[in-house]
Design a binder for this molecule. Structure first.
Ligand SMILES: Nc1ncnc2c1ncn2[C@@H]1O[C@H](COP(=O)(O)OP(=O)(O)OP(=O)(O)O)[C@@H](O)[C@H]1O
Length: 420
């Protein structure tokens, strides 16, 4: 075991059965075998699958250090929640080991660990007692926890009447304030309103700064970028990729397009009277190879569009658009401010960004050529085919404290004036 690790997961596996009846029967068999001292080795901790069984998780290994945050990313059914439930001890593994040094604060599924008949306030006491806190210790914390929930008088209402967002508020407040060494968070932020999401993200950032560790399951790239340094991409119960959170998100987005995207995108379409111009390549430089290369935030970058045209086109404009990695938000556009003449044959257009303003993360770049006055699009790249991937890296060491105060997407050039 790595001595710095607060969590070590080694070859972890979990089987499920597609048949409920069989899974009950297998459960009974396994318990019987576990109780038999002569058959200890023959329990379900084998690599075999019985009829109707499949691997929910197979051979998962990773570790987490104190102060580190890990995002678990993957499609529906990839095994993310199963992994968190195993970490939290809610279900037993069928193979491998989990070693945790410290207290786990878990926010797995909404309602888990909450008694529906008790009020929110009573649930806080019960949960704290289960974690070994005395009544006096909880008395000292209770107002802080209730304040964090923002539930007001609803804190005295039975939890069964809470909306899912209210339940998330209570569950997060309880999990986060009982001094966990590791916080396990599964997608529940998604049901909270924006104010609550902001509050949680801010809390997670300060919790990390104070030395806590987080494992976060989320489908929201913004949440992942705001909280996590590292990422694990799960696919059908196995680790497909492990790297920084940005790299992992980038892999995940690329997977969504189901075709290899590189930092240079090519269009093989042939020219025709209907398609008199094609954008052949869109390249983000500096880059030496077609493989994905991360570009340092703030560096001097060139966006180069290579086109092939059947004829001369006068009075044209061109633009490139940078989107967040999930393709949801267009951050900035480089739209040409003066008309250009496109020549017949193969040529290129270049735009220079003296200082790439993007912060660390995965982005997409798309481009278009259009009539400068008519705005009619003549050719485009990245909309129907895959966009160019742009991976930006940043030296976070100097910015760490500032970044923990606010999640940044871009940094802008400004001039300060100090008037005496
Ligand atoms: N108790 C169970 N019995 C049988 N199959 C299960 C059980 N729990 C999970 N599974 C299966 O294990 C696989 C992984 O499920 P899991 O809930 O971990 O996925 P997930 O990555 O969290 O998905 P989502 O993004 O939809 O929450 C799925 O195929 C699921 O059907």
């Amino acid at each position: 075991m790595n001595t710095n690790s607060i969590l070590t997961v080694d070859k972890l596996s979990k089987k499920f059965s597609t048949s409920f009846r069989r899974s009950l029967w297998y459960g009974v068999q396994d318990i019987a075998k576990d109780l038999n001292p002569y058959q200890r080795q023959a329990t379900n901790q084998t690599g075999h699958l019985r009829k109707t069984e499949f691997w929910g998780l197979q051979n998962i290994s990773f570790s987490l250090h104190r102060g580190e945050s890990l995002a678990i990313i993957g499609d529906n059914g990839a095994g993310k929640s199963t992994l968190l439930k195993l970490l939290n001890g809610l279900i037993k593994p069928d193979g491998g080991q989990i070693r945790i040094r410290g207290q786990v604060g878990a926010l797995i599924e909404l309602g888990i660990g909450l008694d529906p008949v008790l009020s929110g306030r009573e649930n806080i006491y019960v949960r704290a007692a289960l974690l070994g806190l005395s009544r006096r210790q909880v008395d000292a914390l209770i107002e802080q926890i209730i304040d964090f929930t923002g539930l007001g008088d609803a804190i005295h209402m039975p939890v069964q009447f809470y909306s899912s967002g209210m339940t998330a508020r209570l569950a997060y407040a309880v999990a986060a304030h009982l001094n966990p060494d590791i916080l396990l968070v599964d997608e529940v932020l998604a049901v909270g309103d924006l104010d609550f999401q902001r509050k949680c993200l801010k809390h997670m950032q300060s919790y990390l700064t104070a030395g806590g560790s987080i494992v976060l399951v989320s489908h929201v790239p913004y949440h992942i970028q705001a909280v996590c340094q590292r990422g694990l991409l799960l696919e059908k119960g196995t680790i497909k990729f492990a790297g920084t959170a940005s790299e992992t998100l980038d892999r995940y987005f690329a997977q969504q397009y189901q075709q290899a995207m590189t930092i240079e995108q090519r269009d093989q379409a042939s020219l025709s009277p209907d398609r008199p111009m094609v954008i052949r390549h869109l390249t983000i430089q500096p880059t030496q190879s077609a493989a994905l290369v991360a570009i340092q935030s703030g560096s001097d970058v060139r966006v180069r569009l290579s086109y092939e045209s059947m004829t001369v086109h006068d009075n044209m404009g061109w633009a490139f658009f940078i989107w967040t990695g999930d393709g949801a938000t267009c951050i900035t556009g480089g739209i040409s401010t003066a008309p250009v003449t496109l020549k017949a044959g193969e040529h290129s257009l270049t735009c220079r960004l003296p200082r790439l303003p993007l912060t660390a993360g995965a982005y997409q770049v798309k481009a278009a050529v259009f009539g400068f006055d008519s705005l009619q699009v003549l050719a485009h790249l990245g909309w129907e085919n895959a966009p160019v991937r742009l991976l930006v890296e940043e030296d976070v060491s100097t910015l760490k404290n500032l970044q923990s105060m606010a999640q940044q997407l871009i940094t802008i050039d400004v001039e300060w004036t100090h008037e005496a």
